[in-house]
Design a protein around this ligand. Structure first.
Ligand code: BG6
Length: 484
């Protein structure tokens, strides 16, 4: 059995990700008794702060959350915290951490810019801190393309073995994303239908109402393709499309995901024109409030897309001929993360003309955000009598996950809680392996190259709309419509 880690070192401990996600997640794990006895939290950053000053910052951050602070849990959690002011990219910085880490099994969580990953790894190795009992967690983006992601992975690989590297895609920590695995492989019902004989197409939508705001210095270099599609959306696609793994061992699952990524059909210049669209939000209204254009946030005109929709094809026996339509964007009318599996229509209607018009093909809709639900639409006889035979209606058979998850003791977990617990326990199943990241980049590089060749620039869309009109044209060209 893998040993549990006994200290987490948060690089970038005073940063945004630590404040919003990592510290609250660790606090909640502590509240629920998941942190091992003696587990320590060592935050490090360049900010000049005392331990007491940092602990007070953490207290304020946690107290400002809607869940509030439980005094007993806080007392226990605060005890675990240390703070070391250091520049972790330097030998002196790594030495400063060494005293606190002697004889320990550390997790190094790099909540810092990826441009610093290699330097921190080298400094840790130089101080003898990158030993067999350590683990390292890397946040996305790992690179900006295949080449730069290889450089980072190679630099990390010189210091840490792949089994010690945990590449986070926080979507894999979401309850409903894991539920996809349960839905597919803990039921006999779906597997015989999960193929091109029965499924017409798949839609994956990740819509956000938020804009880019002051994150533009990062975002402007990446855009929606690299920020969302390369990682979160391709992970969702992999979980929908992968073959059944033989068990839940980390490599069994990851092997299947890599096979899907390798089967993605390479984008051509013609696909760029006919099977994809880029967009950028202009001024508009979102949820009744005026929203500024990306260009205004950015301060100048830029060719970065804040919206992308495309058709992906998986060239294997199971999925040949089944298009996967992916769509993501910022400043859309609602927050929605959803996977829709659209089944084919019945081969022949036995009903009269009027009822045949009512017929809708079955659809399995998996809502991940903001509400979690899984619903299968089934055709049903409309109640009552009518002239000219029975009428039909489509009704959802819903798992009502919202209700199932809203008991008195339930709380919607932050995706990072599950993932941090897995790192503590050394379970890499929900983390992305090096070859997965690189295969995803290989395909995304193909899309970016095809866009460049075709000269495809982002089309404007008003904030608060569902993207450029071309996004509708794209799916309609293939005889389907978005599920809005
Ligand atoms: C991040 C992206 O990885 O995911 C952000 O960098 C995006 O741009 C975020 O807003 C979305 O995550 P979630 O969990 O809010 O859907």
């Amino acid at each position: 059995m893998t040993q549990q880690a006994d200290v987490i070192v948060l690089f970038g401990g005073t940063g945004d990700l630590s404040r919003r996600m990592l510290l609250p997640s660790l606090y909640f794990l502590d509240a629920d008794g998941f942190l091992p006895d003696g587990f320590r939290l060592l935050a490090t950053a360049r900010s000049e702060l005392t331990r007491e000053g940092f602990v007070e910052q953490v207290r304020e951050t946690l107290a400002a959350r809607p869940e509030g602070l439980d005094p007993a849990v806080w007392a226990r959690f605060a005890e675990r915290i240390d703070y070391v002011m250091a520049d972790a990219t330097t030998p002196e910085g790594a030495q400063a951490l060494k005293v606190a880490l002697e004889g320990r099994r550390p997790i190094y969580y790099l909540a810092i810019s990826p441009s610093l990953y290699a330097k921190v790894a080298v400094a840790l190795a130089g101080a003898g801190l990158a030993h067999d009992e350590s683990r390292i967690v890397l946040e996305k983006p790992i690179g900006r393309d295949l080449e730069t992601s290889r450089q980072i992975n190679t630099a990390i690989g010189r210091v840490f073995d792949e089994s010690q590297v945990f590449r986070i895609d926080h979507y894999l920590g979401k309850e409903t994303v894991q539920n996809l695995i349960a839905l597919r492989f803990a039921n006999t019902l779906f597997e015989p239908l999960w193929n091109n004989l029965t499924i017409d197409h798949v839609q994956i939508t990740v819509a956000e109402t938020e804009g880019v705001g002051d994150r533009w210095p990062y975002y402007d270099e990446y855009g929606a393709l690299r920020d969302m599609l390369q990682n979160h959306m391709l992970q969702l696609l992999c979980l929908v499309a992968m073959e059944p793994p033989s068990d839940m061992e980390p490599d069994s699952v990851r092997n299947e995901k890599v096979k899907v990524l390798r089967s993605l059909r390479r984008f051509t210049r013609a696909d760029a024109q006919g099977s994809s669209i880029r967009g950028q939000y202009g001024d508009g209204m979102v949820a009744g409030k005026t929203a500024a254009a990306y260009e205004a946030e950015r301060g100048q005109a830029t060719g970065t897309e804040t919206f992308v929709a495309l058709r992906a094809d998986i060239d294997n026996w199971r999925w040949a001929g089944v298009p996967f339509f992916l769509r993501t964007g910022k400043r859309l009318p609602e927050r929605r993360t959803q996977i829709a599996i659209q089944f084919k229509a019945v081969p022949h209607s036995i009903f009269g003309a009027a009822s045949t018009q009512d017929l809708a093909a079955n659809r399995l809709v998996i809502d991940l955000q903001p509400d979690e639900d899984i619903a299968l639409t089934l055709m049903n006889k409309a109640p009552g009598i009518s002239q000219g035979g029975m009428r039909l209606q489509s009704l959802p058979l819903s798992l009502s996950l919202l209700k199932a998850y809203s008991g008195p003791n339930s709380r919607r977990r932050i995706a990072y809680e599950r993932l941090l617990l897995d790192v503590i326990n050394g379970d890499t199943t929900l983390f992305v392996r090096r070859d997965e990241v690189e295969e995803a980049w290989r395909w995304v590089d193909g899309v970016a190259d095809a866009w460049a060749e075709a000269g495809l620039t982002p089309k404007p869309y008003p904030a608060g709309s569902w993207g450029p009109s071309g996004a509708f044209g794209l799916i309609e060209r293939f005889g389907r419509t978005w599920l809005d």
